[in-house]
Design a binder for this molecule. Sequence first.
Ligand code: GTP
Ligand code: SAM
Ligand code: SF4
Ligand code: SF4
Length: 323
Amino acid sequence: MLIDGFGRTVDYLRVSVTERCNFRCQYCMPEKPFSWVPKENLLSYEDLFKFIKVSIDEGIKKVRITGGEPLLREGLDIFIKMVFDYKNDIDLALTTNGFLLAKAAQKLKDAGLKRINISLDSLDSSTVAKMAQKDVLSNVLEGIKAADEVGLKIKINCVPLKGINDKDIIEVLEFCRAKGYVVRFIEFMENHHAKDGVKGLNSDELKAIISKKYPNFKMIPRDTSSPAQYYEFEDGYQFGIIEPHKDDFCAACNRIRLTSEGYLIPCLYFEDAMSIKDAVQNNRIDEAVEILKKVLQNKPEKNKWSTTGDNETSSRAFYQTGG
Ligand SMILES: Nc1nc2c(ncn2[C@@H]2O[C@H](COP(=O)(O)OP(=O)(O)OP(=O)(O)O)[C@@H](O)[C@H]2O)c(=O)[nH]1
Ligand SMILES: C[S@@+](CC[C@H](N)C(=O)[O-])C[C@H]1O[C@@H](n2cnc3c(N)ncnc32)[C@H](O)[C@@H]1O
Ligand code: SF4
Ligand code: SF4
């Protein structure tokens, strides 16, 4: 079992397979970075897999593939199959913007992927085009449909921004309810890479919008394996809110992140990281485990986003850490 310095059990590994992306979301990567990590600096799937294997042996029960946009990296289905074949009862999931999903869904499912979280900020194509800075809605909707048809369990992620897609929250919620997808609204996490002036809605503002149309939803006990707080309508439909600005959000933190270059990142907010690249490339797996344990020992207690509205801003790029 993996335990961090604050006694939290860590059983969730998020693996970013690329920092590259085909969208330019205002809240994440509004402009193409000055340079991408050169391809030769990436860890190969074989090396990423060596680390995933040993992490599973040490107690990881949930592996999520993310990015950047993970579907941009070729051979993702083969990588997923490696993990599935090693331990087929692992919670194996992917987070994607959905643009390339229509073609990939069947292969991903066949490889052993169980769940997929897809970003959908609005159902209005011009709003989506404004947020992603590209006209993408129809491809994303086709991707969602394909994932559903092949039997992947779907969650939708939506980041509501003031004056942009806050008008669309109910429509996104009703779309997900009609389709039977769980939707999570995510509080925008302030970071230096986002577009200047972008402002997110906080959990109270979101709940106020939803309760105008649906006054009767109740909070349900927090499942600590997920970052979301879930709420339930009278008909049993559940939606979530991811509230990183809440004081106790990090108390249940159970995760660690690995970047495509082989950096282990203990917390989404902070810059700290240690590389396992040299250790795995040279098959010094015991050393990689030592690094993992050291990173966990130094995992911060909590982020510095605050509830006051007077937020500190993280310098971490979400597209590098995998969100
Ligand atoms: N602050 C913070 N945000 C997180 C953390 N983990 C996930 N998130 C955010 O939650 C949002 C949704 O993440 P997903 O990639 O869908 O993964 P997940 O919510 O862990 O997925 P489930 O396993 O389905 O619960 C993203 O915006 C992430 O950045 C975390 O440890 N800290
Ligand atoms: C970094 S993306 C990577 C996976 C994929 N490209 C996607 O968009 O789903 C993972 C998640 O992080 C969320 N995200 C990115 N930047 C964020 C920010 N500043 N605040 C809150 N969520 C953010 C996205 O909405 C997405 O759900
Ligand atoms: S949120 Fe995902 S889709 Fe949007 S820019 Fe970031 S990595 Fe790309
Ligand atoms: S902000 Fe850091 S400590 Fe808090 S839940 Fe996310 S990764 Fe964990």
